[in-house]
Design a protein around this ligand. Structure first.
Ligand code: 0GY
Length: 295
């Protein structure tokens, strides 16, 4: 490898020593949004990546899982690995049934490669529309991939910015699988829950029973910083209105955080603020992810 893979000078590494959460997770809880980065050189970052992170490998992820009290992980392919899913698949295999994966694939992916991913634990693909993270993929290409992975019983995770939702609605409504939207479609929390952009997102979920949401990333959405009071009304509204279609995850190791690095234990303590009763917590953390990823 000729190029260097040294992390970006302004890269914030994950919290070295997260606190033990005060909130006791229900038995069998799933961290349904996290990543692995490398470690390099075994799993090099992709040449087309938009950032170079620190290494954050599977052993560290599994140690965090155990420390926080989760039973399982859903590992989402990070854009720094492009469409080279080996690090994610290796982590899924090493978890021996306790992790599932979300892959990033191109139109040239073969049926044999998809079958190998399924065997490793992959149950979905991610379509990423965030321009700072990836070069654009034509919707027709995504549509072709959607038709192929639908046959495997997989679903589609989509990541986009709030301003792009309107233009994406016809495409999202044309997809043949369950769709999971990352981080509630990234609302601008300074505008309040009554803003038309967030109301449009709620309407999309209301009108499409196959659309789910991750109520994740208060640390990314907040304008005020910890303890993320400004994000609570957004996530609480999604959990209350769509209790059977929400997922929660840490987003460890928190790519591209600039303002601060969250304490993952404090993130777990955020959960009862958005899902205050045990019934909603059980759905959010256990029943919903188990139905989507392990059924
Ligand atoms: C996230 C958010 C981000 C990055 C990625 O795959 C990725 O690189 O997902 C981001 O920078 O907003 O969900 O981890």
């Amino acid at each position: 490898m000729s190029e260097t893979q040294v992390m970006d000078p302004d890269w914030l590494a994950f919290h070295p020593n997260p606190k033990a959460p005060g909130f006791k997770l229900p038995k069998g809880a799933v961290d349904a949004h996290c990543h692995v980065f490398g470690p390099t050189p075994e799993f090099p970052f992709a040449p087309e990546r938009k950032y170079t992170p620190c290494n954050a490998g599977k052993e560290q992820l599994f140690a965090l899982r155990d420390h926080l009290g989760f039973a399982r992980n859903v590992i989402v392919q990070a854009t720094c690995h492009g469409r080279d899913n080996r690090a994610m698949m290796d982590a899924c295999r090493a978890a021996a049934g306790l992790a599932r994966g979300i892959a990033s694939v191109g139109p040239d992916v073969t049926d044999a490669e998809l079958a190998e991913m399924h065997e490793a634990g992959v149950r979905g693909v991610r379509f990423n529309f965030v321009r700072r993270l990836v070069d654009a993929t034509p919707k027709a290409v995504f549509r072709g991939i959607a038709d192929r992975i639908a046959k495997l019983g997989w679903h589609i995770v989509v990541y986009f910015e709030a301003a792009d939702l309107d233009g994406l609605v016809p495409f999202l409504e044309s997809l043949p699988t369950v769709i999971v939207v990352d981080h509630m479609g990234r609302p601008d929390v300074t505008k309040g829950t009554s803003h038309p952009d967030f109301q449009r997102f709620l309407q999309l979920m209301q009108e499409n029973s196959n659309i789910w949401s991750k109520v994740t990333c208060p640390e990314r959405l907040t304008a005020d910083g910890p303890p993320y009071d400004d994000v609570v009304p957004f996530a609480a509204e999604v959990v209350t209105r769509f209790p059977d279609r929400v997922l929660w995850g840490t987003d460890w190791p928190h790519p591209n955080m600039k303002s601060h690095m969250p304490d993952d234990g404090a993130l777990v303590d955020f959960i009862p603020r958005i899902a205050p009763d045990p019934e909603h917590q059980q759905k959010l953390l256990v029943d919903n992810p188990m139905r989507l990823y392990w059924a």
